[in-house]
Design a protein around this ligand. Sequence first.
Ligand SMILES: [Zn+2]
Length: 126
Amino acid sequence: MSGVVEIWENSRDLTAQERRWLELVLSGDSPSLDPYKEQAKKVIAMGRCTCGCRTIELGFRTIEGLPKGAPGDFVLGEAVIETDNGEISVLLHSGGGLMTELEVIFDHGVEAFPLQYEEKTVRLFY
Ligand SMILES: [Zn+2]
């Protein structure tokens, strides 16, 4: 993410594509991901990066009853999606035990971000 973060007045649900990206990063079987898999059921999009990438800010309507992960700010995991059109990197950030940002970057730059693409392979990093 290199742009300015814009927080919306009205949050919204994740799009199908955003949800797919999130689920890919959370598809590992590490127990440390368990609280975030629960959080993913209730997560909403609160804002976005304005640089043209697909990064969104994550939040919750309420955090009551949500399981939390480890405190501190860090990257929970990364999914690198090889597509027919280039590579998309998805990084899930957390802060204070809650997921905070889904960073989505296309290796050919923001202008060229493909509207449609076919997933070839997905590599996961934790
Ligand atoms: Zn950006």
